[in-house]
Write a protein that binds this ligand. Structure first.
Ligand code: KIV
Ligand code: ZN
Length: 497
């Protein structure tokens, strides 16, 4: 079976996304995760860009990762020297080749460009390092010149050549033809690097692989310059599931990798993002949910499952929900309900949905308890008695929580990147490793600085059960704590019952 290599550039092109800047410790965390995921190459950065970037690349190079660590360099010896000093395994040397870029940036003749490029490849190789050579803006470059410079790179003993669709103007059929054509004249492994300006980065990468490309450059969550780069999860799963082409990616870590990058970059994925989006395996409509609850492949592709990518299937309750789905969710949670009670809950769910309300698991259980006449004094495994949070520009946000946990007093404290993060860490510390916050969303319901904040969370217990809940308050810290405590209380009580 054919294996395609995955070259990850999250820490280089991904970080070039406007508004994203990763401190060294974040880059190290991401690099370790990429290595665990099984990428073949980690482009850790562009060492000549700054002192911090150099340090990050050097530290990543010295982590002892399985993946090759690569640093980017222009066709300048100074750039290459900095990459070499950063202890990389591979230098990615690039030069613009399209007429438009040559005219406005490098301003040299084609002969001179070939000469500089081959000298730089030579220089990298003379230091015993691997060299990837990129002809920047390849898809807008005269194809004869492109072949000429790639052949020169081959002669200079580059290890692979890269065909970047720098401004995302390639289309799958044309890109397929280009890669096929290059494949017939170049013996070196061919790598592709696609940008998403027209939403075609993944399709173009896929077409390139079908045409014989050996390696694909991707970023986690498709982050990158402008509209981003080809998305790692999508490229990998298309190859695995639709084409039976292997990569070295351990797909079960795709979801957690995406979440880590989402958290550390602050770039949130829309819920309908393929493979790793919150809704990628969620079902609300009655017909779909009914089908999926009986046999998941009725309304999912089947050849990619949530388990394969480390995700979870979710049945969401809303106005499209069916009776069967409501009954099944409540029965799974241990409620014993007559058909009449189910009908009444079903009507209430529809009514709330029509009013535009998002219905969490906790809302559904509360509705069931109201219908069953059970909701008098809510039993609580955790009762929060006191919350102290300090934050400011000169102190690390810290939270202390004093609570009764199953009747026993417990005081926990935690620091975080902000007061909400610190508080939620202190809350989850009340129950040790038993609960993880999988999803956190904050909405302001009213305007102004006194707005009511509504927080939606999904909490997962250590048996993989997911539970959605909400909290609302004018204080976002308290709304967040309420939402998480509500979910934890329900999960603990359901388990006890
Ligand atoms: O988009 C591009 O052309 C690049 C090169 C440096 C490969 O990122
Ligand atoms: Zn790029």
């Amino acid at each position: 079976m054919r294996t395609v290599r995955i070259f990850d550039t999250t820490l280089r092109d991904g970080e070039q996304m406007p508004g994203v800047s990763l401190p060294v410790n974040y880059k190290i965390q991401i690099a370790k995760q990429l290595d665990k995921l099984g990428v073949d190459v980690i482009e850790a950065g562009y060492p000549a860009v700054s002192k911090g970037e150099f340090e990050a690349v050097r530290e990543i190079s010295n982590l002892g990762l399985k993946a090759d660590v690569c640093g980017l360099a222009r066709v300048f010896k100074d750039d290459i020297d900095v990459a070499i000093k950063a202890d990389v395994d591979m230098v990615h040397v690039f030069v613009p080749t399209s007429d438009i870029q040559v005219k406005h940036t490098i301003m040299k003749s084609r002969e001179e460009i070939i000469k500089i490029a081959t000298e730089c490849i030579d220089y990298v190789k003379s230091h015993g390092l691997k060299c990837l050579f990129s002809a920047m803006d390849a898809t807008r470059t005269d194809v004869n010149f492109l072949k000429q410079i790639f052949m020169a790179a081959e002669q200079a003993k580059a290890d692979a050549i890269n065909v970047p669709d720098t401004v995302g103007v390639a289309t799958p059929f044309k890109f397929y033809e280009l890669i096929k054509d290059l494949k017939s004249s170049i013996k070196l492994p061919i790598d592709v690097h696609c940008h998403n300006d027209f939403g075609l980065a993944v399709a173009n990468s896929y077409a390139a692989v079908l045409a014989g490309a050996d390696e694909v450059q991707v970023t986690v969550n498709g982050i990158g310059e402008r509209a981003g780069n080809a998305d790692l999860s999508q490229v990998v799963m298309i190859l695995h599931s639709l084409e039976g082409i292997k990569t070295n990616i351990k797909t079960e870590y795709l979801f957690e990798t995406s979440k880590l990058v989402e958290r550390l970059t602050g770039v949130k994925m829309p819920p309908n993002t393929p493979i790793i989006g919150e809704n990628a395996f969620s079902h609300e409509s009655g017909i779909h949910a009914h089908g999926v609850l009986k046999e998941s492949s009725t309304f999912e592709p089947g050849i990619v499952t949530p388990e394969m990518v480390g995700h979870k299937r979710k049945i969401v309750i809303g106005k499209h929900a069916g009776r069967y789905q409501i009954k099944k969710m409540l029965e799974d949670a241990g409620y014993v309900l007559s058909d009449d009670a189910i009908d009444r809950i079903f009507e209430k769910v529809k009514d709330l949905g029509d009013k535009g309300k998002k219905i969490t698991d906790r809302d559904l259980f509360t509705l069931a308890e109201v219908v069953l006449g059970e909701v008098k004094h809510e039993e609580k495994a955790i009762k929060v008695e006191e919350v102290t949070v300090i934050t400011g520009n000169r102190i690390t946000p810290t939270a202390v929580i004093n609570a009764l946990v199953n009747g026993e007093r417990k005081v926990t404290s935690a620091i975080g990147v902000g007061p909400v993060d610190a508080s939620l860490k202190a809350v989850t510390a009340l129950v040790g490793e038993a609960m993880k916050i999988r999803e956190f969303r904050l909405d302001a319901i009213t305007g102004g600085s006194d707005a009511i904040a509504e927080v939606y969370v999904t909490v997962e217990d250590n048996e993989g059960r997911l539970f959605t809940s909400r909290g609302a308050s004018q204080d976002i810290v308290m709304a967040s704590i309420d939402a998480v405590i509500n979910a934890i209380n329900y999960l603990l009580l359901r388990r006890r019952k």
